[in-house]
Design a protein around this ligand. Sequence first.
Ligand code: GLC
Length: 745
Amino acid sequence: MNKNLTCLAVAILCAVACKTPEKTVLPVYLDPEKPLEERVEDALSRMTLEEKVAVTHAQSKFSSAGVPRLGLPELWHTDGPHGVRPEVLWDEWDQAGWTNDSCTAFPSLVNLAATWDRDLSRLYGDCIGEEARYREKDILLGPGVNMGRTPLNGRTFEYMGEDPYLAGALVVPYVQGVQSNGVAACVKHFAVNNQETRRTATNSVVDDRTLYEIYLPAFKAAVQEGGAWAVMGSYNLYNGHFNCHNDRLLNGILKGEWGFDGVVVSDWGGCRDDDEAVTGGLDIEMGTWTNGLSGSASDSYGNYHLANPYLERLRDGRATEEVLNDKVRRVLRTIFRTGMSPEPHYGRFTSPEHFAASRRIAADGIVLLKNDGVLPLQVPEGGKLLVVGENAYKMMVVGGGSSNLKTKYEVIPLEALREAFAGKAEVVWERGYVGDVTTDYNKVVTGQDLSENRSAERLVADAVQAAEDADCIVFIGGLNKSDRQDNEGTDREDIVLPYGQDGLIEALAATGKKLVVVNISGSPCAMPWAEEVNAIVQGWYGGSESGHALADVLTGAVNPSGKLPFTMPLALSDGPLKTERQYPGIREEGETWWQEYYDEGVFIGYRWYDTRNIPVQYPFGYGLSYTTFELSNARVAKTSLAPGASQTVTVTVKNTGSAAGAEVVQLYVADTEASVPRPSKELKGFEKVYLQPGESRRITFTLTPQDLSFFDAGSHRWVAEPGEFHALVGTSSADIAADLPFTLK
Ligand code: GLC
């Protein structure tokens, strides 16, 4: 038979053989139909010791290993809470210079918190999760929910305010939104990490009641209600142990009491000890300072605590494979929830819907603090609007630390105001002061030129002169995510506005022109000029559409409905942190670490100011609208409540003004008969209600026994003591419309 015939015969035989394949049986771990835990166990059983150790630590700056031999993919981590960080080089912080990774920049999380809107938080999570999935990232390093213990915390802009109930209520939908895309939300920084000063060398000393009532609830909600798949340990110490491998926090509380089945990721460089890394509840070690891939080390990732040192411990019996298997199960669970999710996820990136969502969230979080009628802006036909302030011009998506983003575009307030008044009035800008001229971070650049050669006096004089023929002035200033001005790694030094802004605002007020002050910041700022200006707006780092969002509110296109997620104090010294041992901590002679004592206990934020009747500039939960609302007919279902029973609180809210708008009805609880000192009120419910003029709605809140309880450290349980309680219904922590007493039997 000649060669061709032989080949033909072989080809026919192969075709026949392949034509009738019996159904190929997939190994369990590869079968998306199989239950998660079966896939985990099957994969675990197939892994070698070296493969198990490999998946517990980084292989590059933002990835941890998979199991190539078994087809188990790597896990790709990415910052941050406000958008998907640009791709970085394998072992560098600098961006890799890709041309396809300019993202949608969403508003800072404090801006989201200021919306008090659970639905917007879900929308936020859905959108940012789509962006992470599209960029093929498995773990989004956010959201952050550390409490606002001090207004000076450099990362206040990345967090969700001073109240655990508000942060907890909003973090849940965000996490669910992110994870609906097959991307793990990684809630951070766990826990009691409430400042940036010496963040890697300070031990937080907190009593259990304070820990459980203030600093844990938002994380607990994210895990137990949000179903978070990942948690990031924080840099600081608690109880003398680093939180990236803190046995009590991670094994005792997170995995033990709360039943967390996901993965604990260290903060970058937060893993500090070979032995505790193994036993302290850490599952994936990221970013440990090594000498990188440069210099002598051929593979610095092998130097990680959970790399070769861990292998040695396993081989010489100092570490058990049982503990290793628990880490690996959690990593595998994360892989099967994300990259190997049974449901297909494709994501979307920089879609019009994402920018629209960003603009909506940014606008709905803007807080109207004062308005004598000058807003919405009215500028006469052919008139002149003077805009003063660097923050009208400076792009703020770039910078601030790890939440820095390379965004497709950023609309600045000046541009948006010019658009809004095009053809109607002239919009002129005067810088007024020089703040931060930085225009780049990790090689991400804004392209702006912020250089200035005029003196501070000249800048003020130019602004005042420009006011002479202006019909209205809008000052746009505040902070700017530069060092000590809302920036990771540094805290602020005071809440006074920097760069001479107070003097400039006074000078503008002295012109007698109508003056609107917009403070753009991520943390509280003092406003000594509040009585001298016509309107005050608290704006935030609003992301790609921040300029449009602000213009929407100033022009009335959007009726402001934001509420402060933190107290705006008159002065820093009015706050609860009176001593150095409270903040930023002290270091005794011969001690390695600083000690920071949370002596104020549960009394932070309005829990402090309100209970001590300390006047504030603007209270927690406060915000005005272009319309007016009225609360009426507030009731409690039971004036005498049986132990263990829930209480129902109802109230009617009505839009009594002429514009559609939204009000946030807030429910606080006061326990006036308690064996421990309790705050004068604590937020235990809120509803944001959108109403047409004249429309009203009846709202119902439920108070559970948990809502009435304090945490009793002695018995390690929540206790609702019999006695008198008050349900307080209002539109801010200081504007209480109804005080409804009831007795718990
Ligand atoms: C940073 C931050 C953390 C971030 C991580 C990776 O130091 O503390 O929030 O996700 O390292 O950039």
